[in-house]
Design a protein around this ligand. Sequence first.
Ligand SMILES: Nc1nc2c(ncn2[C@@H]2O[C@H](COP(=O)(O)OP(=O)(O)OP(=O)(O)O)[C@@H](O)[C@H]2O)c(=O)[nH]1
Ligand SMILES: [Mg+2]
Length: 573
Amino acid sequence: MLLRTNFDEAIHTLEEINGHYENEGIRNAVNLILQARDEYELKILVVGHFNAGKSSLINSFIERPEFLEVDLGETTALASELRYSEEEKAFSFDKKMKKEAFVSGRKYLPSEYDHISYYLKANGLKEIEDFVIVDTPGFDTAREDHTRALASYLGYGVGFIMVVDVQKGGIDSQILNYLYEISEYSENIVILVNKCDKRIDSEVAEVVESIEFILDQHGFDYPVYSISKYDDKVIEKVSGIINGIDAQEEYDAAIKDIVSANAKNILEILRVVSENRFLDTYEYDEIIRIQERKKELAKKSFETKRREMGENVDDDVEVVIEKVKSALRTRSDEAARAIENRSTEGLQAIILDTIRPVLIESVKEFSVEKITEISKSFQADFSNVSKEEERGLDEIVMDIAAKVQGLIQSGAFLTDGAGREGALEEQDSDKKKSENGGNAIYKLVTAALSIVTGGTVTWVEAIIVLLPEILAGLKCLFGESNHSKLIKQYEEMVIPQITNSLWPAIKESFENNIETMITIFETEMGNSIDSITQLIDDAKSKKARSEEEYEAFKKMIAGDIERIENMMEAYND
Ligand SMILES: Nc1nc2c(ncn2[C@@H]2O[C@H](COP(=O)(O)OP(=O)(O)OP(=O)(O)O)[C@@H](O)[C@H]2O)c(=O)[nH]1
Ligand SMILES: [Mg+2]
């Protein structure tokens, strides 16, 4: 029995390598090897001129004189494979190698069929269990399809039995040509001189000798035997010839060829696959590049903004002062009456009531204006970024500005009249949080604006502290009954003093306010820069992963190539 496991180590390696890749070429190559390992058969081809007695000889060998068709002229048209089996069966194979159950008595034409395969319980076949004996059509040229059928078998014969009719007296040029051809495929060739019952022994010996002579002339040292289908030693002779072939050696040689040919194919495929696998991190590199630039831009632009914005609030303060002046003037009459009544508290109340709404309104306007200014200035910085930065910093800036302006205009920062900072913080409760999105902007805006609107703010203190002094300066006026003169004095002396004392407080408030607005931007931009950083980190880790994967793949394929190369090297030794 053939041992079919001698190449299992190599085959296992190739199967393992196949598992590394989704590649049809590799898969097919491995399947070819597996199929060969499990199904490869050692075929002994019985060849020769038509009518030489090939089929007759095989019939004798299987002890069934009428099994294969035998006749004068060209008889066998399809190759017949015969192998030993306890259980008898037969199949036909068509030109596409489609297997069907063999139907006895049916005509199988060589134009449609490739061969017939028999499994027979015959003593002769049992003697040569590792081999398949194949009856072939005679190789004469007269019938082309016969010749073709024979030719297609050539490469599969591990051994050839050349049957020669003793009556022909020797071998002709056609047989010689054929010997040249099959000698390319196999070393296992014998000549069987047949129908020896038709000649006396000395004549047979002469024919054998003449054949040996010609073979020798052509450099062939194939053995020549004589036989006849009537020979009672047919089984012994034929099985002796066939068993002279080392089946295991032939099988191993054939499988080795198939394994190394397919391993070579796999190697080629792996080299191509390896060459065509590139590391492509362009996508990640782009994300990293764009986002890094954005981050840099935001940082730089922010630094300059902080410097620029704090300058020149004087004009803004002047506008507010003018508003305060004219507001106070509208209540000069009332104020003068308070003075006449010597009611310092009354006068203070009138002044505070007048100034308070003006300041609140002005600060609101100022803040909205500054936010717009800051965001416009940021946008100008970001507007020259190229298209790839869509949904970029300019949009982030606009978002922040809109949020802050919305909060200011909704008056979210205005709390109860007292508006103390502490109270504001306490009010920043769950309710406020949900109303205002619970974000940091709300806290910052209310803190910024409470400087001007709250009860403890500097400008209020300024007035409360200064008022007695102002009034002291007006002492001479008290008691004067001239009401209109008092109004004039109030407008010309008191109001300017009030506004003069307010000036630095308002200026300081505005500067603080700008500082706070920029801080709001800084905080919010910081958040969006954090998300940019997140994007960059993400892209970086994805890039690293794809680099790792690439390296791992390259390492694996290099390892696989090396394994196959080592395998091939071992085979070539
Ligand atoms: N006397 C005698 N006749 C034989 C012997 N072998 C074959 N014959 C006869 O020779 C003729 C041809 O035999 P086949 O077995 O059909 O020859 P073949 O080589 O198979 O011929 P093709 O199939 O046409 O290639 C038949 O009439 C056989 O009976 C033999 O050993 N002695
Ligand atoms: Mg025949």
